[in-house]
Design a protein around this ligand. Structure first.
Ligand SMILES: O=C(O)C(=O)C[C@]1(C(=O)O)C=C[C@@H](O)C=C1
Length: 312
């Protein structure tokens, strides 16, 4: 008899990353196969080619801001839908071989976002250490474990120290205690049903650089009483001063006012790329397994947006 299909979720690995920790918490008792991938790009590619059903990646941190490899990949290189979001409190640890001493550490490895979250700690306590970037925190911990040297350390999660047989030399070294990271679960084309407490993410590309264009975008949203939750401008990589705007706001694409705002932004201000409608984090625990593929009305709207996309 055929095995029932277990949902496959690619995540930023290797085992032991904050991303894996967030995924484990997010999935709770729901069964799944977690597939560790070495980079964010690899996670997203896995979803596009169908070797995973979903991808789970970091998108923003409360100290360091947007994880730009994720945002830029979603804006410029992939056509994926956000299916859910999850927020994990993050606690960074200085991790080294058992018995290593702080005064002997001359090199520290970690993911750039993690190094930035402990910048003050590094300046105060390890001012002469060389900093090295890895593709994730757990990759740094694994590298330190393989090196078997007392002179190198990694910054990363406690769970990674345990997994790779290392010690936490100094615990909770984050520059700000309220450190947390937001993660996204992405898939190819399924939009979860509205829950009544949802968010929608879009990217607005300006057709031309007009004075007040950002103001007009905000006015379209505010005039409908929609709550803006995030706004980020990203260079389009086509010339100095040419930006697009990644926008998150309250509401679901199945709701009339959200459809109207997207249609109007697309018609009057520039091309809109739809990134997804999904339950807001607070609602996560009540999120039902039930989902729908795109309902016909929404499908039509997305089709219109798609056909108005400027060719590149
Ligand atoms: O390297 C990891 O452990 C990750 O999961 C990546 C990541 C990030 O991209 O911000 C996730 C959470 C922390 O903010 C630090 C690193």
């Amino acid at each position: 008899m055929d095995e029932p299909h277990r949902v496959r979720i690619a995540y930023l690995g290797p085992a032991g990353t904050f991303t894996e920790e967030a995924l484990i918490e997010f999935m709770g008792t729901r069964p799944y196969d977690g597939i560790p991938r070495p980079t964010i790009e690899d996670v997203l590619t896995d979803v596009v080619i169908g070797s995973s059903d979903y991808g789970f990646v970091p998108i923003e941190n409360s100290i360091e801001g947007t994880v730009t490899p994720t945002l830029d990949a979603m804006i410029f290189r992939f056509r994926l839908q956000i299916y859910a979001e999850y927020i994990l409190p993050v606690r960074q640890q200085l991790i080294a071989a058992k018995g290593a001493r702080l005064e002997d550490i001359h090199s520290v490895y970690s993911y750039s976002h993690a190094l930035a979250q402990v910048g003050r700690f590094l300046r105060d306590r390890l001012p002469r250490a060389e900093l090295h970037h890895t593709d994730s925190t757990a990759e740094a911990v694994r590298l330190v474990a393989d090196a078997k040297s007392d002179a190198i350390a990694a910054i990363g999660p406690k769970r990674a120290a345990e997994l790779y047989g290392l010690d936490v030399l100094i615990a909770d070294i984050d520059d700000h205690a309220a450190n947390s990271t937001r993660f996204l679960l992405l898939n190819n084309d399924t939009i979860p049903r509205p829950t009544g407490d949802d968010k929608t993410s879009i990217v607005c590309f300006q057709v031309e650089d007009r004075p007040g264009s950002l103001l007009s975008i905000l006015a379209e949203i505010a005039s409908r009483g929609i709550n803006l939750t995030k706004l980020e401008s990203r260079p389009t990589k086509t010339g100095i001063g040419i930006y697009c705007f990644a926008i998150d706001f309250g509401g679901h694409i199945a709701e009339r006012h959200v459809q109207e705002v997207i249609t109007d932004l697309n018609r009057y201000l520039g091309h809109v790329k739809f990134l997804g409608s999904y339950p807001a984090f607070v609602n996560q625990k009540h999120h039902s397994e039930a989902n729908s593929t795109i309902d016909p009305l929404v499908g039509e709207l997305l089709g219109q947006i798609e056909s108005s996309r400027p060719t590149q």
